[in-house]
Write a protein that binds this ligand. Structure first.
Ligand code: MTE
Ligand code: MO
Length: 333
C-alpha cells in the first residue's frame, strides 16, 4: 500500500503535463504581474471531469436568454456550405455545461447556473468609430437580419474543441451597413460591463482589464466565416454562450470570439485585447489555430473533443485553411 499513489483531483492528464521549465516561466510571469489567478489556458481536465455538480435548475440550462420573443425566427435554414468536416456534433448539453465566460466565473461548469436568468431584453449594440453611418441596434433590429445556421468547429487555446450549430449572419453585413471609411483598418469589440451582477467580473475588477475586449483586422472581420451569432442548436442563445449576440471566428482560438457584445468599433490601429493585455507572451493578436506554434506552456499539436474525449491532430486554421489562408502572409502571430 505504501507505494499506491492516489491521483489528486487537480492533477492533470499526462498528455497535458506542463514542462517544468515552462512552468517556472509561468510562475515568474505571474509573480511579475502580481497575479495568482490568471487561469485561461491552465491545462484542465475536460468533459465531465468535475467532481461536484453545480447548483442550478437544469430546466433553465438551455433556455434562450431573450425568452420566447424571437421564436418564429428559429430554426433558421442551414447553410450547407458550412460543415463539421467529419467531426461529430457536440451534444448540446455538453456545450452548455462547459463554458469560458469569465464575467460570471472562471469555473467552466459553474457558468451556466450563474448565467441563467441574466436579463438581456433591453440589450443594445452600437456600431461606431470610423464609419459614415454609425448605428445602435436593439434586439428587434438584430433578429431582423436574415438568419442562417452554420455548423462550425470551435477550438479553445486550452486544447478542447467542439462542433456546434450556430445561427446568425455574417459580421460583414453589420460592418458594411455602417459604411466604413477607408481609414478603418481594424475592428474592436467590447463586451458588457455590469460588475454588480457579474460575480466573476466583480471579484477581479481591480486586476483584469475589463470589460472583455477583442479585435480583428478589418479584412478578417469582413471574411465570410466571421459570424454574428444569435442562436445555437436551433434556438436563441442561452446566456452561457454569450447572449444575446456573440462573434464566432472558427479559424481562431476561442478567446477571439467575444460574447455578449455591446460595441463594435471601426478603428485605425490594432486594438488592445483582453488576454493579450493580461499575458502578452501567451496570447497574441492574431491567434490563428496553429499546431506548429506551441503556447509557451504547452504544445498545440493535439486537441481533445469535448463531446467524445477523442484526441486528434490540431489542424492549421482549425481546418479552415482553404478559406482563410489568403488573408495571411504567414508572419502573423
Ligand atoms: N465576454 C467574453 N467572451 C468570451 C470569453 C469570456 O470569458 N468573456 N471566453 C472566450 C473563450 S476563451 C472561449 S473558448 C469561448 C467559449 O465559448 P462557449 O462557452 O460558448 O463555448 O468564448 C470566448 N468569449
Ligand atoms: Mo478558450
Amino acid at each position: 500500500m505504501a507505494h499506491l499513489r492516489i491521483p489528486r483531483p487537480w492533477e492533470i492528464p499526462e498528455w497535458q503535463a506542463t514542462p517544468e521549465a515552462v512552468f517556472l516561466n509561468r510562475r515568474q510571469l505571474l509573480a511579475a504581474l502580481g497575479l495568482g489567478a490568471v487561469s485561461l489556458g491552465l491545462p484542465v481536465q475536460i468533459a465531465g471531469a468535475a467532481p461536484v455538480a453545480p447548483k442550478g435548475d437544469p430546466a433553465k440550462m438551455l433556455q434562450p436568454a431573450v425568452g420566447s420573443r424571437f421564436r418564429d425566427r428559429f430554426p433558421a435554414k442551414r447553410n450547407p456550405a458550412y460543415r463539421f468536416g467529419g467531426r461529430p456534433l457536440t451534444p448540446e448539453e455538453k456545450a452548455a455545461r462547459y463554458n469560458n465566460f469569465y464575467e460570471f466565473t472562471p469555473t467552466k461548469n459553474e457558468v451556466w447556473p450563474l448565467a441563467a436568468g441574466y436579463p438581456v431584453t433591453a440589450w443594445k449594440v452600437e456600431v461606431a468609430g470610423l464609419v459614415g453611418k454609425p448605428r445602435t441596434y436593439d434586439l428587434d433590429d438584430l433578429f431582423r437580419f436574415p438568419l442562417e445556421e452554420r455548423l462550425y468547429r470551435h477550438r479553445c487555446v486550452e486544447r478542447w474543441a467542439m462542433q456546434v450549430p450556430w445561427t446568425g449572419f455574417p459580421l460583414r453585413r453589420l460592418l458594411d451597413a455602417a459604411q466604413p471609411l477607408s481609414t478603418a483598418k481594424y475592428v474592436r469589440f467590447v463586451s458588457f460591463s455590469d460588475p454588480e451582477h457579474l460575480p466573476g467580473m466583480k471579484e477581479t475588477v481591480s486586476y483584469y482589464p475589463w470589460p472583455y475586449h477583442e479585435g480583428l483586422r478589418f479584412d478578417e472581420a469582413r471574411h465570410d466565416l466571421a459570424f454574428v451569432v444569435l442562436g445555437s442548436y436551433g434556438h436563441p442563445l442561452p446566456m452561457q454562450h454569450g447572449a444575446p449576440l456573440r462573434i464566432h471566428c472558427p479559424w481562431k482560438y476561442g478567446y477571439k470570439s467575444p460574447k455578449s457584445i455591446v460595441k463594435i468599433e471601426l478603428v485605425a490601429d490594432a486594438p488592445p485585447t483582453f488576454w493579450h493585455a493580461l499575458q502578452p507572451a501567451e496570447y497574441g493578436f492574431y491567434s490563428n489555430v496553429n499546431p506548429k506554434k506551441p503556447h509557451p506552456r504547452w504544445s498545440q499539436e493535439i486537441e481533445e473533443d469535448l463531446g467524445t474525449g477523442e484526441r486528434r491532430a490540431t489542424q492549421l486554421y482549425n481546418g479552415y485553411g482553404p478559406q482563410v489562408a489568403g488573408l495571411y502572409k504567414g508572419d502573423e502571430a
